[in-house]
Ligand binder design. Structure first.
Ligand code: FES
Length: 74
């Protein structure tokens, strides 16, 4: 399966699947209905009214993220 998860600047995590299917499960193992979607966004600001998905609330609350991937040296 080809999949990427990217952090959007001051926004959600964008999940994109290029090959195959992806499942998103809740804490009890119940599957969210993604209806064949190959991409979706997961809230990381905590303010979405549609968790775990992003509903755009990050913009309203002025969410600021500062979590760059660590740089390797050498
Ligand atoms: S990241 Fe978009 S609503 Fe939380």
């Amino acid at each position: 399966m080809g999949m990427s998860i990217s952090a959007k600047k001051n926004g959600p995590y964008r999940v994109e699947v290029t090959d195959g299917e992806i499942k998103l499960l809740d804490a009890e193992g119940k599957e969210f209905d993604l209806k064949g979607k190959t991409a979706f966004s997961l809230c990381r600001c905590g303010h979405s009214q549609n968790k775990p998905f992003c509903d755009g609330s990050h913009g309203r609350v002025g969410f600021q993220a500062d979590d760059p991937a660590p740089r390797t040296t050498g």
